[in-house]
Ligand binder design. Structure first.
Ligand code: HEC
Length: 156
């Protein structure tokens, strides 16, 4: 590619990046209702709950900390989508949104698996937020708690 072409390409890219800023998704933090929260329904040890809120709260609670770059498209699209989907799957502050007690129980059991098998938090989030990472002791406590919801019918 010659210089003129590179220049035209850079200008087009800049125009594109500026233009997409028009599409600003809503970054919400809906008010939490205490009676709907996980801790209003299930016994959660204090250390486990604070670890969950710290490491998972940005996508699984109503108190998302939106960083400055969450205002910039296309990051803003990806991040609001993550938060909306994360909350829909499991909102620590809206446990009553779980579709059934059975599903809610499955979610609780799933928490340990997600963390141990490193599905959660998502990779990109872990890269950006190394400081929020769960330490091995926290993961152990989390798993003891999470696995206490397995019934007698659970697989060994
Ligand atoms: C950056 C956002 C983000 C963070 C932080 C995050 N999650 Fe998620 N989580 C999601 C999204 C998006 C989904 C739904 C899509 C999926 O399953 O990948 C999800 C789904 C889940 C599910 C349901 C999985 C399923 O397939 O049913 C569990 C359980 C879960 N997360 C646990 C956690 C735990 C525990 C943490 C903290 C250690 C955490 N997540 C941190 C975004 C996040």
């Amino acid at each position: 590619m010659n210089k003129a072409r590179v220049q035209r390409l850079l200008i087009a890219l800049t125009v594109f990046l500026v233009a997409i800023q028009i599409f600003q998704p809503a970054r919400t933090n809906p008010p939490a209702v205490a009676s709907r929260a996980l801790i209003a329904h299930v016994q959660v040890p204090e250390d486990v709950y604070s670890a969950l809120l710290r490491a998972c709260g940005d996508c699984h609670s109503n108190r998302t900390r939106w960083p400055w770059y969450s205002r910039i498209a296309p990051l803003s699209w990806v991040m609001t989508d993550d938060v909306n989907q994360g909350r829909r799957n499991m909102n620590l502050e809206d446990w009553e949104a779980q579709e059934s007690p059975k599903k809610a129980n499955e979610r609780l059991i799933d928490i340990c698996k997600e963390v141990r098998e490193r599905g959660m938090p998502p990779f990109s989030y872990r890269l950006l937020h190394a400081d929020l990472r769960l330490n091995p002791r926290e993961i152990d406590s989390l798993c003891v708690w999470s696995q206490s919801f397995r019934g007698e019918t659970a697989a060994p």
